[in-house]
Design a protein around this ligand. Structure first.
Ligand code: IVH
Length: 670
């Protein structure tokens, strides 16, 4: 055990030192925190193996030996925060505070965003900025004054001649981060794993002009010894900072109990996606500053505050191999096969590598430790590989010269990064087309998942899209298949039959015309009475349709000139699929009761899908809006309504109605 604890401690120290000297992480924060928690647990269980300078007791950097900057001692240590991850942790924190302060009846809490950057302390004297210091090891930091002077949003002179020390976070705005990584990739430089690493790398540059160039920014959330400025609460101190010209996030909500805190944390958990800086959680602070002293600190963190961490978006794992996938358009894309990890609540085994150029530029190899992340995309992406953890056994990834499915030589269109399989009857491509055809946004054939498509193809029951409608010929053979059975075959065949009544726009979408998704398919259906009309349109005519650009128009035109596609459409017509746009019945004006009124809905509705309610509103002459604003007349509220409802309540001019009330107004319910 002693050996294990020692190794764990050394491993953590290596990661930590590397981060503080190179501004780059070797593993994700999540893994680091997990290892640290394990060490803490072991040190508790085996106190005899505890060491004085263990990472479990020290804040931040453990070795400042190699710093290029002047070392400065903090007047007051820069503490860290203890972390929490669940609603229960928050309630526990609140209960703990209450227990320590039995006398206090009206405890309130300030809730703030937890910025994911690097902490900074700034000293002002008589309103003049005199020094800026990083956290360092919490006791001694690095003097980065010269660099900080280049951050435009940090005032060099305050609006009043006060002397004080403030603490905050240096961040690189997301827009700037993306710009920077794009440039680095183009120049063949290593990309930064995340905005925090980029901010750290930028702040600790010796050439201060780079700071301005990259657009580094800072937000402040703490006034040291606020009680000396006649301030009673933390929230007042934040207002005070803002009045002096210091940038704050503007988010410091005063709340009363754990349920209010939890509900606002949920709100910000969604809202944070729209901010231009990275947040990794929220911070809860007892608002009354007087109580801070009573609550005191542990070695690492104050007892009057706690951080709530949002689920990590980034984790590190290993690439075990690469497979090349053939999509429905023939595009061949690399997918990383990973050592399984958990990421934002799901198990992840594969991640996108985009294209070969990206693999080459980022020098990603099989066997590499990699950062993977789930951002706005649902599919995880490989962000970068960690070169420092290579042991020499990594394998360089090669771009295929032949299709991995049908072995046809691949092609690359001029100026394009992607390679394609040119074979129209490539099984990989057909499988992709079939999966897309039956998918939700297209024909939405329930129970026809990608596994079944794969099986049907393999067994030769279907060879192309039209064959789906002839699958009933194989009923008996299907029933004999493992895991199928009579009932599920019945269901599948019924779902296939029912799909024949899917509206024209869905069928158009399902055809898989390049660049045409469900929204553009709807535009096309609305502007052409039937498919014959659509097929006869010229590129110019197609471009006249609102929302259809030149690239898409050309793709649609070419698609309908392809003999194979013409055959497909004929085949589907013969099976009775819908290729005609249904006429919408237009109501007489006197029945359009919503003329001049605007609507928006929020939450889950019971009686309508999103599209249905929008159509109902339009049918009655109303207009759908996408955001809450003064222009909105009605907000229809379903279950689990979120931020839109709150905003509408704040505006006070909006009529807030339930789904039921809405149905009564349109005469759908008495
Ligand atoms: S208060 C003694 N407030 O998170 C309390 N910290 O994990 C000092 N951070 O060291 C910290 N946003 O670098 C505080 N609104 C916020 C914060 C915040 C980000 C950082 C800070 C701190 C770390 C703790």
């Amino acid at each position: 055990m002693e050996k294990y604890i020692k190794e764990l401690r050394e491993r953590l120290k290596k990661y930590s030192d590397y981060y503080y000297t190179n501004n780059e992480s070797l593993i994700s924060d999540l893994e680091f925190d997990k290892l640290l928690a394990e060490l803490k647990e072991l040190e508790k269980k085996y106190p005899e193996y505890k060491e004085k300078n263990s990472l479990t007791e020290v804040v931040g950097a453990t070795s400042l030996k190699e710093t290029k900057f002047k070392k400065v001692a903090h007047k007051k240590p820069m503490l860290s925060l203890s972390n929490s991850y669940s609603e229960a942790d928050i309630s526990e924190f609140i209960e703990r505070v209450k227990k320590l302060l039995p006398e206090e009846k009206n405890l309130t809490y300030a809730l703030e965003l937890k910025l994911d950057g690097l902490s900074l302390s700034i000293q002002y004297e008589e309103g003049k900025l005199i020094r800026a210091v990083t956290r360092g090891d919490g006791t001694v930091g690095e003097d980065v004054t010269e660099n900080i002077l280049e951050i435009e949003s940090i005032p060099k002179i305050l609006k009043k001649k006060v002397s004080m020390e403030i603490r905050g976070e240096v961040v690189l705005p997301l827009s700037k981060f993306e710009e920077l990584n794009k440039k680095r990739l183009e120049n063949g430089e290593e990309v930064f794993a995340n905005p925090r690493n980029a901010a750290a790398g930028t702040l600790r540059q010796l050439d201060s002009s780079i700071i301005k160039e990259r657009g580094l920014d800072a937000y402040f959330y703490f006034l040291v010894d606020a009680q000396n400025y006649e301030l009673k609460t933390h929230s007042e101190s934040i207002e005070y900072l803002a009045k002096l010209g210091i940038k704050t996030t503007g988010v410091c909500e005063v709340l009363n109990n754990s349920s209010e805190l939890i509900s606002r944390i949920q709100y910000w958990g969604e809202k944070r996606e729209s901010l231009d800086y990275e947040t990794d959680g929220m911070v809860i602070k007892v608002d009354n500053i007087e109580l801070w002293e009573k609550l005191g600190n542990t070695t690492k963190s104050p007892r009057w505050a706690i951080a709530f961490k949002f689920p990590a978006k980034q984790v590190t794992t290993k690439i075990l191999g690469v497979t090349w996938q053939v999509g429905r358009t023939g595009k061949i894309t690399p997918v990383a096969e990973l050592e399984e990890v958990e990421l934002s609540g799901s198990r992840v085994k594969r991640a996108s590598l985009h294209n070969y150029q990206e693999i080459e530029r980022k020098d990603i190899r099989i066997g590499d430790s990699v950062f993977i992340e789930k951002a706005a995309e649902i599919i995880p992406q490989v962000v970068k590989s960690v070169k420092e953890l290579r042991d020499g056994n990594e394998i360089v990834i090669k771009e295929p010269t032949h299709c991995p499915i049908c072995n046809t030589e691949v092609e690359r269109e001029e100026g394009q990064v992607d390679i394609k399989c040119p074979n129209v009857s490539c099984p990989g491509k057909i499988e992709g087309e079939l999966i897309y055809f039956v998918s939700r946004d297209a024909m939405n054939i329930a129970g026809f998942g990608s596994k079944i498509v794969e099986n049907m193809l393999r067994l030769g029951f279907i060879k192309n899209i039209v064959d789906i409608y002839e699958l009933k010929k194989h009923r008996e053979e299907l029933e004999k298949l493992e895991k199928m059975g009579k009932k599920s075959v019945d269901n599948l065949l019924t779902a296939i039959e029912n799909s024949k009544t899917r509206e024209y726009s869905k069928v158009l979408c399902a055809l898989g015309i390049p660049f045409v998704g469900k929204t553009s398919a709807k535009l096309l259906a609305d502007s052409s009475e039937n498919i014959d009309k659509l097929m006869s349109m010229s590129v110019e005519e197609l471009m006249e349709i609102e929302g259809i650009g030149d690239k898409m128009a050309q793709a649609i035109f070419d698609f309908f000139r392809d003999e194979e596609k013409k055959k497909l459409i004929e085949g589907l017509k013969a099976h009775g699929l819908t290729f005609v746009q249904e006429k919408k019945e237009e109501l007489p004006v006197q029945e359009k009761i919503f003329i001049g009124k605007t609507f928006l809905f929020t939450g889950t509705l019971q009686n309508f899908t999103r599209n249905e309610i929008k159509e109902e509103i339009e049918k009655l002459g109303g207009k759908n809006l996408s955001t809450v604003s003064k222009n909105l007349d009605y907000l229809i509220v379903g279950e689990k309504a979120g931020s839109k409802l709150k905003k509408a309540q704040e505006l006070k001019t909006i009529k807030i109605i339930s789904e039921e009330e809405f149905m009564k107004i349109c005469g759908k319910k008495n």
